[in-house]
Ligand binder design. Structure first.
Ligand code: ADP
Length: 300
């Protein structure tokens, strides 16, 4: 097993609209798509499509969405032994994408809110076999903290994507992550600092390094990626592409980065690949539907 993703799954309910509705307004949406999403699942699918062996630790509900989610994991070759059932609703995410590809997203966590530290313990024997643990913040923080402690105890590097932005995240609980990978707005929220210019981003990331984090890798949308670590300060510009739908770009980035990191151990190379992979994903509609397979990625 290469990667353990301990995190969320959602069913994305995506309405493609011309413009955002005003309060009290009813608009007709020209198109609609139902897809599998959730940050944990998205990252797992991206890594698996590229060829990683991925173990998914997550919870689905007992509604009509749950079987669909499990089938989707299986279709992508992901190990589902720890996709557990919680009585009730699965996570769902109604998403609006407008004509300029701006998006607004609602998250109803459902079963994701029940993923517990005990679930991490329950999967311990298999997580231990993995070379990387990948986490996000769509499941309870205590579970994220438990997974980080587990990684530290067993010498497994941990990647935390602190998304969606969570003002309650306690930095001292997550400083042992080898890879801390926020986007610019998450970085701003966590540090209380501006991220308008690259120097602002640098200053904010530096406070995280000072807090004890090893690698801070900030995704900056069309501005690319900033990697900061001890003695390292590198900005990789974004690839120029025609954006059609940027939903899931961050997850494409994390999944691809994880895949190449486990495969090569080369952080710079993994960032460069992920930068390319995420750019490709935004040229296509949807979240997981926009993630290339290894073969497709090789052809770019
Ligand atoms: P999130 O989806 O979390 O908001 P970002 O917007 O930072 O994440 O995007 C993640 C990555 O996707 C970026 O670091 C970049 O590699 C790629 N990306 C996003 N938007 C663009 C864009 N407009 N052009 C090229 N690459 C992009």
């Amino acid at each position: 097993m290469d990667i353990a993703v301990i995190g969320s799954n959602m069913v994305d309910l995506i309405a493609y609209i011309d413009r955002m509705p005003a309060e009290g307004e009813t608009l007709e949406a020209p198109d609609f798509h139902m897809g599998c999403g959730g940050k944990g699942a998205n990252q797992a699918v991206a890594a698996a499509r590229l060829g990683s062996d991925v173990l998914m630790v997550t919870r689905v509900g007992t509604d009509i969405f749950a079987d669909n989610t499990v089938a989707n994991f299986e279709k992508n070759g992901i190990d589902t032994r720890y996709v557990m059932r919680t009585e009730g609703r699965s996570g769902v995410a109604p998403i609006f994408v407008d004509a300029e590809s701006h998006n607004s997203i609602l998250i109803i966590k459902g079963a994701n809110a029940q993923l517990s530290p005990a679930d991490v313990d329950n999967a311990a024997g298999d997580i231990i076999q993995c070379k990387l643990i990948v986490l996000q913040l769509e499941v309870p923080l205590e579970t994220v903290y438990a997974a980080i402690r587990f990684g530290k105890e067993h010498n497994i590097p941990v990647l935390l994507n602190p998304a969606p932005a969570q003002p309650d995240l306690v930095l001292s609980e997550v400083k042992d992550c080898e890879y801390f990978m926020p986007n610019e707005s998450e970085l701003s929220l966590l540090t209380g600092m501006p991220v308008d210019t690259i120097d602002d981003v640098r200053n904010a990331a530096t406070t995280l390094l000072n807090a004890g984090m090893k690698n801070v890798i900030v995704t900056l949308g069309s501005r690319g990626v900033l990697w900061m670590a001890d003695g390292i300060d590198e900005l990789l510009p974004a690839h120029t592409v025609k954006a059609r739908d940027t939903t899931g770009a961050g997850d494409a980035f994390i999944g691809c980065f994880s895949h190449y990191l486990v495969k090569t151990g080369d952080i710079r190379e993994s960032i460069a690949k992920a930068n390319r992979y995420a750019a490709d994903s935004i040229t296509k509609l949807g979240t997981q539907t926009s993630y290339a397979t290894a073969t497709e990625f090789a052809q770019l």
